[in-house]
Structure formats: C-alpha cells, structure tokens
Design a protein around this ligand. Sequence first.
Ligand SMILES: NC(=O)C1=CN([C@@H]2O[C@H](COP(=O)(O)OP(=O)(O)OC[C@H]3O[C@@H](n4cnc5c(N)ncnc54)[C@H](OP(=O)(O)O)[C@@H]3O)[C@@H](O)[C@H]2O)C=CC1
Ligand SMILES: CC(=O)[C@@H](O)[C@H](O)COP(=O)(O)O
Ligand SMILES: [Mn+2]
Length: 379
Amino acid sequence: MKRISILGSTGSIGTQTLDIVRLNDDVSVEALSAHKNIDLLEKQIREFRPKVATIWEEVDAKLLSDRIKDTDTKVCFGMEGLTEAATVEGADIVVTAVVGMIGIEPAIAAIKAKKDIALANKETLVCAGHIIMPLAKKMNINIYPVDSEHSAIFQCLDKNNPIKKILLTASGGPFRGYTKEQLQKVTLEDALKHPNWSMGKKITVDSATMVNKGLEIIEASHLFGVDIDNIEVVIQKESIIHSMVEFKDNGIIAQLGTPDMRLPISYALFYPERRYIADERVDFSKLNSLNFSKPDLDVFEGLRLAITAGKEGGSAPTVLNAANEWAVAKFLKKKIRFIDIPYLIGKALDAHKFTKNPSISDILLLKKWTEEYLERIKI
Ligand SMILES: NC(=O)C1=CN([C@@H]2O[C@H](COP(=O)(O)OP(=O)(O)OC[C@H]3O[C@@H](n4cnc5c(N)ncnc54)[C@H](OP(=O)(O)O)[C@@H]3O)[C@@H](O)[C@H]2O)C=CC1
Ligand SMILES: CC(=O)[C@@H](O)[C@H](O)COP(=O)(O)O
Ligand SMILES: [Mn+2]
C-alpha cells in the first residue's frame, strides 16, 4: 500500500495526482489540502476519505467541518493545518503541489517527519534548496521530481557517469519569437494561452515570461548538484523532448513523450515502476519535425535575471522568486502590464541587501521585505 498526502489537491497537479490514485488500487490518500476551493475539497474528501483535510482560512475550515460532519476526516487550517497534512501519520510520500513559497515550511516539516517528497512546488527549492537538499540527505529521504523537465533529467541519469551538462528544454511559451516591442502590448488573456500545457495560472504566466525556465534552472541545480553554468536552456517548441543529459563523451540521453503531467506524477509516486500509460504516444510517422532554438535573453529579461540570481545564490533566488510571485499576482489582477513583471524583479534584486546563506526565517523575512519594497514602486 502506498499512502500519500497531497498539499494543493484542488489544483492542476493535485487533481492529476488524484487521477493517478484512481488508477491504482494500492494507494490511499491520508491528507488533502486547498486554499479556497471548499466545494472541490469536500468532493475529494467524500471520495478519498483522508485522515486530515486542511484549508487556509479558519472560517472556511469551520464551514467545511459542518459540511463533512458525517465523515471521520479532521479539518485543520492555516500553516498549522498544512504542516499537519505534511506530517500526517502513516503517509509515506507527500506531493507538494501548492503554488508559491507557502510550500517551503510544510516541505521541511514533511522531510523532518521522514516522508519522501514528490516535488512539484519548484519555489521550495529555488528559495531554500541549500537547506532542503542537505536536510533530505540527513533524514535519508528521497525527493522525486514532478516538474516535467526534472523528471525527464531524473529518468536520463546514468549511475555510472556524472552529468556533464543538463539541456533543459523550454517551449518558449506563447510569446516565443516576439520582439521587446511586441511584448509591450500583450494581455493577460494572451499570456494564459500556453501552447502545449494546461496548468495553473501562476505557472502559465511564468512560462510566458520564461521566468519558469529560470526557476527550473535553479531547481535543477539543487536537485542534481550541477552548476548553473552547466545548465543550458534549449527551446523545443513542441514540448516533446522534456529535457536531456549530456555526458563527458558528448553523448546525450533525452526523455520524450507527449505533454502529460500524469506521467511524471506517477513516476514520482511509484519509482522505479512505470505504471501510468500516457493517453497518446509520440507518433514519429506523423511528427514532421522537432524544432530547436536558443532563448533570447534580451527579450525574456526574467530568464536573464533568474540565471544571474541563480549564479549569485544566497538571498538572490528568494528575492527573484518573491518579486515574481508578487508581480504575477498583480498581473493576474490586471494591475500591472506583462513587461512590468521582469522590471519589478530587477528593481527588487538591485535594491535588496544580499546575504550569503539565508535561514528559513531569513527567507520568509526576505519575502516580506520584497513585497513591502514593491508596494512602494511606482510604475
Ligand atoms: N501545473 C503543472 O502542470 C505544473 C506545476 N508545477 C508546479 O506545481 C505547483 C502547483 O502548480 P499548479 O498545480 O499549476 O497550481 P494551481 O494554481 O493549479 O494549484 C495550486 C494548488 O495549491 C493550493 N493552494 C494555494 N495556496 C494554498 C495554501 N495557502 N494552503 C493550501 N493550499 C494552497 C490551491 O488551492 P485552491 O484550489 O483552493 O486555490 C491549489 O490546490 C507550482 O509550484 C508549479 O510551479 C510544476 C510543473 C508543472
Ligand atoms: C509541465 C511543466 O513542467 C511546466 O513547467 C512546463 O515546462 C512549462 O513550459 P515552459 O517550457 O513553457 O516553461
Ligand atoms: Mn516544468
């Protein structure tokens, strides 16, 4: 029996994780969690009967408790609730599928409680990879990547040969090939049209700015112990090649598949088994070509800033990520323009006081500082 806890069960990754659970008789769901979506969370509780369910606001927790009185599920709220879901007794593996830095503390709690992690929440490693990776080693737990590129890299590893280079693929997003001038006019609706993947809104905007690829470079560097200088972004517009690993002989191993997140989710849950069978195969007789190009770092400034922040390390990735979260939230509310996102990230990075080895409380303070700083910027 595989016992899982899902943080962010109502989102894109969370619901696809539950699709995988439905396909397997030997999986039980021990905890579920949501931010606001009480209706879907209630449905999930009724279907999967977890020990714990948690929602962010206390008032929603009270409402949910009333609604599910007839079940044995304990309802919690806030960070305490997320921590309880992350450390729930009996769970072997925690799927971290919340969006943003809210995922850092529960991931640490899960690792300390000796749970394996199926990691979707890339923001956790971007900000706190220097703390999380040594902690996972110390606690002797596994971090299985869910992010499609990192799952691909994981699948391409050769235990007898170290990685020389990671070739991290990117779709290029909806604005691939755009000029700086064209980017000035794009709308929220345009940014939310990812060419290949259906995902939550925040990561979809990150793909459009290509900040997603920058976050993924930092995530890969922590997960696989590879210097940022040895991670190259390759635009692969069809998202068929999910990433590649190059070895010292210049030989390259790639992982291919149709874009379907249930494959990396299933691989992370059942490693080393390949249980999930993707709905669609890559049909090479119909695929005329695969297209490759280089990202334009002058146009996609967010990617350039992320690479620089990744190389600087210390507090820089946290400030980059916190500024991005703040700016994307404003963009989603149509309060700022698309091109303001990298501008604001750059401002916060330039203004912040660099620290070399931030602790978790430093990271949370840096987030607060970044938000307060950006509130004061006039654009
Ligand atoms: N979607 C994808 O294909 C991929 C996603 N990822 C990463 O996975 C993570 C999740 O992405 P995605 O599924 O797209 O995001 P979604 O926005 O679709 O879902 C986010 C989930 O987190 C929940 N949530 C947000 N804040 C809290 C909180 N404070 N407490 C409890 N739950 C919370 C949401 O609840 P509610 O529904 O109530 O708002 C929802 O269940 C991100 O870090 C993303 O970068 C990585 C690779 C691919
Ligand atoms: C599915 C997944 O892993 C996303 O992170 C995806 O990679 C986003 O696509 P981009 O390559 O456009 O950022
Ligand atoms: Mn990805």
